[in-house]
Design a protein around this ligand. Structure first.
Ligand code: PLP
Length: 440
C-alpha cells in the first residue's frame, strides 16, 4: 500500500510549492541511495539535481550515515554559547583549508539563508567597529537568490521572492543581471560578452557615494535565477572596484561551494578572492542542515579584539556548530577528499556540457547554459503555451519517466551529485529530450 493513502495532507504548508495543486497529485519520495530516489509508488528515480543542489556525495553515503549515527548516540547537542565541542573546531579548521587563503574564520548557521544574513550583519558590524558606521548599504544583482530571511530577501534579485514582503531593508541596489540571449546564447562555460556590465557598479557607487556601501553580495554563478555564468573578467572587475572603495565583497557560494563547479569553491575556479563566503548545502552533503560563513581574518580580528569578558558579536544560533551537523560536515568533506569528488566534477564537466548542448535545436529551447555540474535549459513560449508551462510539462514528463529534474520558472535546472556517471547524464538529457518532444 502506498504511504500516501494514509496521509493527512492538510497541515503541512509546503515551501516554494503550489500547495493545492501539489496536494491533488502529491509526489512523495520515501528512500534514497546513491544517485537514486525511491518513490511512494515504488519507482526508482534518477536524481538529476542532487536533492536541491545539495547531496553532492550522493544519497545516504555510508561514511556520512555512520558519522551521524555515532555522533547522535554520543552527544546529541552541545550548548552553543560560552560552551562548545571538539567537532565544531575540527570542522571550522577543515573548511578553512578549503576556502581561499585568508578566509579562515568560520561562523556556523543552519541554512544558507542564515549564512547570508550572518554575512550581511557582520559586514555592517565590521565597518561600525572601524568607525565607518555610515557604511550600511548593500549592492547585489538582479536574478540573484540569497535565501529567504529579511536580509537575503532584500538583496535578492528575483521579483517573485520579494513582491509579497513589503519594503524590505532600505539601502539595497541591484546590478543588472548578466544574461543576454543575443550576446551569449548557447555559450559553453563562461561567456565572452558582458564584462562591460561590471562598470554599472561604478555608476551605482557614484550615485550612492561609495563611502555608504558596506558590501557587494553576488552568487559567483547565479543558481536559482537560471544558472547564469559570469562573463569572462566580470568578477575580477567587481573585485577591483570593491578594493578601490574599501567595500567588502561577499560570494554567496551556497550552491557553488563543495565541488559544484569543479573546485572546492567558485572563488578558486575563477581565481577571485572575496572577503566573505557563504556556504551550506554540500557542506554536510545535506544529511543534516548546516551552513557556514567564512570571513577574512582581518574581519574577525577587527571585531574580536582584546581580552574583555564581554561578548564581541551579539549574533548566533542555538544550533550553531551543532555536533551532529559538524560530524556530518567532517564526514562529507572526507568523502569529497577520499573519492576526489571535486576533481571528478571537473572531469565530468565536458560530458555534461556535451549532453546538455546536444539538446540545442529541440523545440522551444532558447538557451542552454552550463559550468561544472550545474546547467540550465531555458525555454521560450510556443503558440499556445508559456515558457513556464513548457518547463513544467518537461519536469512532469521526466518525473513520470523516472528522472528528477528541477523546474524553476522558464527553465529546467540540472545539478547531479558529483558521483554521477556518464550514462546517467545521458539518461537525464535523453529523458528531457523526449519530454520536450512530447509537448503538443
Ligand atoms: C545562493 C543561495 N543562497 C542562499 C540560499 C538559501 O539557502 P537555504 O535554503 O538553506 O536557506 C540558497 C538556496 O538555494 C542559494 O541557492
Amino acid at each position: 500500500m502506498k504511504q500516501i493513502d494514509n496521509l493527512n495532507l492538510d497541515n503541512y504548508w509546503i515551501p516554494f510549492t503550489a500547495n493545492n495543486v501539489f496536494k491533488q497529485n502529491p509526489r512523495l519520495l520515501v528512500e534514497a541511495q546513491g544517485m537514486y530516489y525511491k518513490t511512494d509508488d515504488d519507482r526508482e528515480i534518477l536524481d538529476g539535481i542532487a536533492g536541491l543542489w545539495c547531496c553532492n556525495a550522493g544519497h545516504c553515503h555510508p561514511h556520512i550515515v555512520k558519522a551521524v549515527q555515532e555522533q547522535i548516540a554520543t552527544m546529541d547537542y552541545a550548548t552553543a554559547f560560552n560552551m562548545s565541542h571538539p567537532k565544531a573546531f575540527q570542522l571550522a579548521e577543515k573548511i578553512s583549508e578549503l576556502t581561499p587563503e585568508g578566509l579562515d574564520r568560520i561562523f556556523f548557521g543552519n541554512s544558507g539563508s542564515e549564512a547570508v544574513d550572518t554575512a550581511l550583519k557582520v559586514a555592517i558590524a565590521y565597518h561600525v567597529s572601524k568607525g565607518e558606521g555610515q557604511r550600511t548599504r548593500f549592492i547585489s544583482r538582479q536574478k540573484g537568490y540569497h535565501g529567504v530571511n529579511v536580509g537575503g530577501t532584500s538583496v535578492g534579485g528575483l521579483p517573485a521572492n520579494r513582491k509579497a514582503f513589503g519594503a524590505l531593508l532600505s539601502g539595497t541596489d541591484h546590478l543588472t543581471h548578466t544574461w543576454n540571449i543575443n550576446e551569449m546564447g548557447f555559450s559553453k562555460g563562461q561567456p565572452t560578452w558582458g564584462l562591460n556590465l561590471a562598470e554599472e557598479l561604478e555608476s551605482i557607487l557614484s550615485l550612492q557615494d561609495a563611502s555608504t556601501i558596506a558590501g557587494v553580495i553576488l552568487e559567483p554563478v547565479v543558481g536559482s535565477g537560471g544558472v547564469i555564468i559570469p562573463p569572462k573578467g566580470y568578477l575580477e572587475r567587481i573585485r577591483e572596484i570593491c578594493d578601490e572603495h574599501n567595500i567588502l565583497l561577499i560570494f554567496d557560494e551556497v550552491i557553488t561551494g563543495f565541488g559544484r563547479v569543479g573546485h572546492a569553491f567558485a572563488a578558486e575556479r575563477f581565481n577571485v578572492t572575496p572577503d566573505i563566503i557563504t556556504m551550506a548545502k554540500g557542506l554536510t552533503g545535506a544529511a543534516i542542515p548546516m551552513s557556514a560563513t567564512a570571513f577574512k581574518k582581518e574581519i574577525y580580528d577587527e571585531i574580536v579584539s582584546g581580552e574583555s569578558a564581554a561578548i564581541e558579536l551579539f549574533h548566533g544560533y542555538t544550533y550553531s556548530g551543532h555536533p551532529v551537523a559538524a560530524a556530518a560536515g567532517l564526514a562529507a568533506i572526507e568523502v569529497y577528499e577520499n573519492e576526489n569528488l571535486f576533481e571528478r566534477s571537473l572531469s565530468m564537466e565536458g560530458i555534461f556540457e556535451e549532453c546538455l548542448h546536444s539538446l540545442k535545436g529541440e523545440n522551444h529551447i532558447i538557451d542552454i547554459r552550463n559550468l561544472g555540474l550545474m546547467g540550465a535549459i531555458h525555454f521560450g513560449p510556443s503558440k499556445n503555451k508559456t515558457a513556464i508551462e513548457i518547463a513544467s510539462e518537461v519536469f512532469k514528463y521526466c518525473y513520470e519517466n523516472d528522472v528528477l529534474v528541477r523546474f524553476s520558472g522558464e527553465f529546467i535546472v540540472l545539478s547531479p551529485a558529483l558521483i554521477v556517471e556518464e550514462n546517467q547524464i545521458k539518461e537525464i538529457t535523453e529523458t528531457i529530450k523526449k519530454g520536450i518532444q512530447s509537448i503538443a
